[in-house]
Ligand binder design. Sequence first.
Ligand code: SF4
Ligand code: SF4
Length: 100
Amino acid sequence: MALSADKIDEHVVWQDVTEGLQIHEPATSKGFMTGQWRTNTPVWNKEKCKQCLLCVPYCPDSCIIAKNNKRDEFDYDHCKGCGICVKACPFGAIEMKEGQ
Ligand code: SF4
Ligand code: SF4
């Protein structure tokens, strides 16, 4: 019987993982801190931000949270630092800085 994704770690033998490492459960990405891969980090300038929300749907990892029609801080646990949001912002309110 193959293990669920949250039970797989460095101690699991190959016979217990799914064939081809397929994932059969939904929403497993929540448990993986993909932000740890990041080499560059977006920084939000609240003074320049016009709350147009254009950056929100552009983020491929849903790391820009919008509540009550306003964007909030980045979800740095999952942001991979791709920089797409920087290009999406028409007001220059997001800049990339080097490192985490
Ligand atoms: S850098 Fe990429 S992953 Fe991070 S918030 Fe911007 S678009 Fe999303
Ligand atoms: S695209 Fe730029 S101005 Fe618009 S909400 Fe995002 S950071 Fe703010």
